[in-house]
Design a protein around this ligand. Sequence first.
Ligand SMILES: [Fe+2]
Length: 239
Amino acid sequence: MLTGNEDWSQLCDESSDEGNCCNLARDRRLVREITEAFANVIDMKDDWTKGHSTRVAKYTRMLTLELGYDKDIAERYSRAALLHDIGKIGISKRLLQKDGRLTEAEYDSICEHPTNGYHILKSISVAPELAAAAACHHERPDGTGYPQGLVGDQIPRVAQIIAVADTFDAMYSDRPYRDRMNFNQAVAIIREGSGTQFFTDVVDAFLRLVKKGKFRADDDNGGGSFDDIDNSNLARKQA
Ligand SMILES: [Fe+2]
């Protein structure tokens, strides 16, 4: 279990560029290879999860660069995003793809995936952002997220960024049981969550990229579902 004593804010914002160049290059290659190996495990679980993780990694890279970070940080955060839902490998496919309201026990089971992901990745000390992202991507700055209810800057930067990328893709992608949400509606929901569900500067970066046409899919002709897929409901369904 998470103890609650972890200082998440320190987990991923410090560069692990210690030691000599040879060690650094070796560590980076090792992290890349470990990430790819774990990503292959996720791919085997579920086609939808595979596509979701890849898109969230891409969006995270775009947002990180837009926020002014360098390519190295964008690469590290992007890899962390690729593995953010690795804790779902212990959850049945039937439950992950269930159409309809989850029972309380099912919801509780899905909500364990951040903690499970943290335990899978925590021993990779050269890339602490991997465990931080898995553990904290459902936390919210207003303290109503899970699993720990962290507040504001207690949430690691990598998870602040992934939260926007993850939620946007969860709404703006086809699911086994529904079409993706209308683009403008999904963007509006992200905008409305600024300062409560999401960090304001990350939402601002997202909206700048939207203005540049970066998040709209090539095959989007203005359609998409206008169903009231409210964001918290979505979390209850898919976490
Ligand atoms: Fe998740």
